[in-house]
Design a protein around this ligand. Structure first.
Ligand SMILES: C[S@@+](CC[C@H](N)C(=O)[O-])C[C@H]1O[C@@H](n2cnc3c(N)ncnc32)[C@H](O)[C@@H]1O
Length: 395
């Protein structure tokens, strides 16, 4: 561990704030596990059968939504979920504001010294897409890019600590601990023992949670990460250096990255594409193809496409598109992933798709068996055990 002052440790909740945050985590767990199960029971016992009787067929995801909109349990559940989502940010926001001067000082100190050789390259002229500026994604006040003061890191801190509350008590989701990257990084050497990435790029890195773990498995790799938000990048850089990790952070739009052709062995992302329009997704994937070296791999973690989930789960996942300011989410999951990837240059036969078990909560033997069998695990992502990933190899 390094001697660098930790931006993470600079954050501190008061006694009352701790309890607010804990209450929020528990509330979310109750909403997403118990109440969601009650809602599903209402659908299975009454709403679904009534639809089938009236229409002579089972409903698809959109039709389930139309039927459920009239149900008090969906209405109540939805209001509760929306409120709990806002509370995840509200529970940490006062502490972020209180500790902001200290966190900014730490980030500035780190950026001046780069004690572990990483770097932070900001570009005031970057084009921040409307997907970010047009609304507060996930209802996070200020989204990923807003700067309230010079050298601001508030949005990085808000995202990091808010997602900790968000996932608190749940076995998965928007993990602040980097479980996605840790799982992918451990999966790759087992699934592809000859693949040894020397240069890695993470797209839409936000506060760096799912950037840093790649260096635990590939310690000699040159790690790069991009995002359009300056405050999240300043925070991620300070966090990386405090953890003794050498990462090069760039403020860059993934649709127009300035890296040379054939630069990276591995290009990855987590929880990124569902927030991006389908048109932007195709531009970004084409850029991934361009930036990959021959023999390189693109592998992104996302929630699964609609073709991979049942109709009810499709309806369930759509909640975020309608109420959590993620308007592209539905169209993203409607996409034919193999076809979309092939339309961006990747040979169709090089498409890959895996369900990678969560490394920290899976036994080593099960994890290895899954990776070596290239994952035929069909478990529902919703149980938190599996990360859906998709991508392709460049010839
Ligand atoms: C949900 S967050 C990703 C979370 C992060 N990967 C993690 O695992 O913690 C989406 C991120 O993508 C960034 N973003 C959105 N559009 C982008 C674009 N065109 N280029 C680069 N970054 C973008 C946002 O600023 C935001 O930080």
């Amino acid at each position: 561990m390094s001697h660098v002052k930790s931006i993470t440790d600079a954050f501190e909740l008061t006694h009352d704030e701790v309890n607010y945050a804990r209450f929020t985590s528990i509330l979310r767990k109750r909403i997403l596990m118990d109440l969601a199960q009650d809602m599903k029971t209402v659908y299975e016992k009454r709403v679904g059968p009534a639809y089938e009787k009236a229409n002579g067929k089972t409903p698809n995801g959109r039709e389930i939504r139309k039927a459920m909109l009239k149900e008090p349990i969906f209405q109540g559940w939805s209001v509760l979920r929306h409120t709990a989502q806002q509370m995840t940010w509200w529970s940490v926001q006062p502490a972020v504001e209180r500790r902001l001067p200290e966190m900014i000082d730490i980030a500035k100190g780190v950026a001046a010294e780069h004690p572990f050789g990483g770097s932070l390259e900001l570009d005031a002229g970057v084009v921040i897409p409307r997907e970010v500026t047009g609304l507060d994604v996930h209802l996070m006040p200020g989204c990923f890019h807003t700067e309230y003061t010079d050298d601001d890191v508030a949005q990085g801190a808000l995202y990091h600590h808010g997602t900790t509350v968000f996932s608190g008590g749940l076995p998965h989701r928007m993990d602040a601990k980097g479980d996605v990257a840790r799982s992918i990084a451990h999966f790759l050497p087992l699934a592809y023992p000859d693949f040894k990435p020397k240069k890695i790029l993470d797209l839409g890195c936000t506060a760096g949670a799912n950037t840093l773990p790649y260096l635990d498995v590939f310690p000699d790799a040159e790690m790069h990460a991009i995002d359009v938000g300056a405050p999240v990048l300043r925070y991620a850089h300070a966090r990386a250096e405090a953890e003794g990790k050498t990462v090069h952070f760039h403020q860059m739009n993934a649709e127009t990255p300035t890296f040379e052709d054939n630069t990276f062995d591995l290009i990855t992302s987590s929880f990124f594409f569902h927030e991006v329009s389908v048109a932007s997704t195709k531009r970004i994937v084409s850029e991934c193809y361009r930036m990959l070296k021959p023999g390189g791999l693109m592998l992104h973690m996302e929630l699964p496409p609609n073709s991979e989930v049942d109709d009810y789960y499709e309806f369930y996942l759509d909640w975020d598109a309608y109420y959590n300011n993620e308007p592209h989410y539905q169209a993203f999951r409607d996409m034919d992933f193999p076809k979309a990837i092939a339309s961006c240059g990747f040979p169709a036969q090089n498409y890959v798709q895996f369900r990678i078990p969560n490394w920290r909560s899976t036994s080593a033997a099960d994890f290895e068996a899954n990776a070596k069998g290239k994952s035929t695990d069909r478990r529902d992502h919703g149980n938190g055990a599996v990360w859906f990933t998709f991508g392709g190899w460049k010839d």
